[in-house]
Design a binder for this molecule. Structure first.
Ligand SMILES: [Zn+2]
Length: 348
């Protein structure tokens, strides 16, 4: 990658990155560190640990620190068919792994439930870990489960994953159906509790229902622009404008197929560059300005591209934003300031 930055620009980028509170709103790291998929096993083993720099996966503490990332949303995903009937149990296993990692690495990383927690962790030199759930299937159709998960520290929910669930349709099942009554109740309860509503993955009709209901800003934790890559997981310009009007944030993922058309497999990833990703930043900024942009890597969830293959490479984003002419202030907002504004308005 050659961005042709001058030495001054390069130094400026590294300074902005260091001085910013960098937020990444989506990863599947807990699933990745749990070895394989063993829904029937009484115990589960871990294939790697958060404290060790691994040659596998894309996120661990040494690489988080090298990448200068301060706050990450750790997604718990239980939507696979094999978990049907035992989704809640799988979720509890994942939370057990999450909290074990937090305990064993308490000097380096800590749970954050609120904006204030993120600020306190930063002051104390710790990375913040926010718990999110990817796919409302995890609730098993019960509002009480949501309330208990909140008590356990969960603060964000991606309403659907790929398929239809009790809340509504995923974007792969885009039948044009609306949010269900249960989906409406979940959103209302989430806002009452102080949780963050995530509209990534939901079908378009459901998306508009969500935007009608919510009283607080939402995020798309890992989605890109449909205008640049016509993928079912991406957002139309009208959806981007609606998230902006809601004062929410579109967190752009590093998923090759979302970034560039014609990326269908690992080999095609060679065609994707940081410049292609920066085009999505420019597209959103041209449409709604810089106040609704953020980062949602989807590392350990099958995403990343050459030059942006793990979380240690995050400073490349800042260099790219400098190369594209963004101001220091706007870059700080894109790196995390915009998400922090939403955390401050929603999380309790
Ligand atoms: Zn996802």
């Amino acid at each position: 990658m050659n961005m042709n930055l001058t030495k001054e620009q390069e130094e400026r980028a590294l300074r902005i990155h260091r001085d910013s509170l960098v937020v990444d709103t989506h990863n599947d790291t807990i699933q990745d560190i749990m070895s394989g998929v063993i829904p029937h096993a009484k115990e589960y083993s871990l294939k790697r640990r958060l404290c060790e720099r691994s040659t596998e996966g894309q996120i661990d503490l040494p690489r988080i620190n090298e990448g200068g990332v301060n706050c990450l949303l750790f997604a718990m995903v239980v939507s696979r068919g094999m978990y049907k009937g035992r989704r809640l149990r799988r979720l509890l296993q994942m939370l057990d792994v999450f909290f074990t990692e937090m305990k064993e690495n308490h000097e380096a990383i800590a749970l954050a439930r609120t904006y204030e927690d993120v600020m306190k962790n930063k002051e104390e030199g710790r990375v913040s870990a926010v718990i999110s759930i990817e796919g409302g299937e995890a609730l098993e159709g019960e509002l009480g489960v949501l309330r208990l998960l909140y008590k356990l520290g969960v603060r964000s929910l991606t309403l659907t994953h790929f398929a239809r669930n009790e809340l509504g349709d995923g974007s792969r099942d885009n039948s044009g159906s609306n949010l269900t009554d249960f989906g409406v109740e979940v959103i209302q309860e989430m806002e009452k509790l102080g949780m963050l509503v995530d509209v990534s993955h939901i079908n378009e009709t459901g998306f508009w229902d969500v935007l009608d209901i919510v009283k607080k800003p939402v995020i798309a934790s890992h989605s890109n622009c449909k205008a640049l890559s016509d993928h079912f997981r991406n957002l139309t310009d009208a959806q981007i404008e609606a998230i902006s009007a809601n004062d929410g944030v579109i967190n752009l993922s590093f998923c090759g197929a979302f970034i560039k058309p014609g990326v269908n497999n690992r080999d095609d990833l060679a065609k994707v560059s940081i410049d292609d990703w920066l085009d999505h930043v420019d597209h959103v900024a041209n449409l709604v300005g810089p106040n609704h942009l953020g980062l949602g890597s989807d590392f350990d969830g099958g995403c990343g591209f050459p030059g942006m293959d793990d979380i240690s490479k995050m400073p490349t984003i800042t260099k790219g934003l400098v190369a594209r002419g963004y101001s220091d202030e706007d870059i700080t907002k894109i790196l995390g300031g915009n998400d922090l504004r939403v955390f401050n308005k929603t999380l309790r």
